[in-house]
Ligand binder design. Sequence first.
Ligand SMILES: [Zn+2]
Length: 319
Amino acid sequence: MSLTIGVDIGGTKVGGGLVDENGNVLATTRRPTPADDTTGVIQAVKEVVEELREGREIEAVGIGAAGWISSDRSTVMLAPNLSWKDEPLRDKVAAVIDLPVVVENDANVAIWGEHRFGAAKKHRSSVLYTIGTGVGGGIVVKDNLLRGTHGVAAEIGHIRSVMPDGRTCGCGRTGCLEQYASGRALTRAARDGAAEHPAKAAVLLKLAGGDPEAISGRQVTEAARQGDEIALAAFDSIGYYLGNSAADMVNLIDPGVILIAGGVVDAGDLLLDPIRRHYQEALGNRAKVPVAEVRAAELGSKAGVIGAADLARHREIVP
Ligand SMILES: [Zn+2]
């Protein structure tokens, strides 16, 4: 059995998994992510790897991290959430664990996991949206991750074709998809709607103790399940932007499948139905010929660990 370790460096935790060649996760562990401290993050990665490798032969380690990763998969060029700039993560981790290391963007490792073992495994080309605090993107074309010239391709969350002069984004531009289609955008739409039309948000406001600003993402999902008009409108709003973006991806990539991942996907068809409806509308005549299905990702929060471990296993052959 060939074993590699996948590590997912998130904003709050460093999660790791021991993964076999079929994408099975045999063991997991985690450490808290030390804020603003790269030495601490490398120590956390080391501890995760050491715990998982105990008594076993490990081939390599793959790391997924939010941020812009250099095309040679060695350096985190910029990671706003972790305050990293030009951090030679691969070599620093390799030095402390003495194993080959591959570093990749977090959404890229997630789509790679889905491509190899999850909802995209029947397709050679696919697109993934991860809907969390922001909107992450990953693209596989003909069994290869789309990394681009500098390693920073597939940043779908920062494409602004739908609303070029819109809200200010953390990336320094305005109107990015992320500002309209993230989990945060869902909550914001519900808060604004409930403040403006309280009579249509009775369930939502009851769940939030009467204060629109106290509405949480989870409450939006719960209220939508109970038919709350404003909560359903909030899902329709992010569905509009995601559906339109997905239609743009069809025009650009013509993928076999478009996957939606991230915490908000727990809402199921409450999220997927509006995306599909707006997607169909936005496709126009393109819908008259074969087109990608929009569906939920399958591997959930394990996708990153599984994808990172697989990229580490195939580090010599996956460009
Ligand atoms: Zn942006």
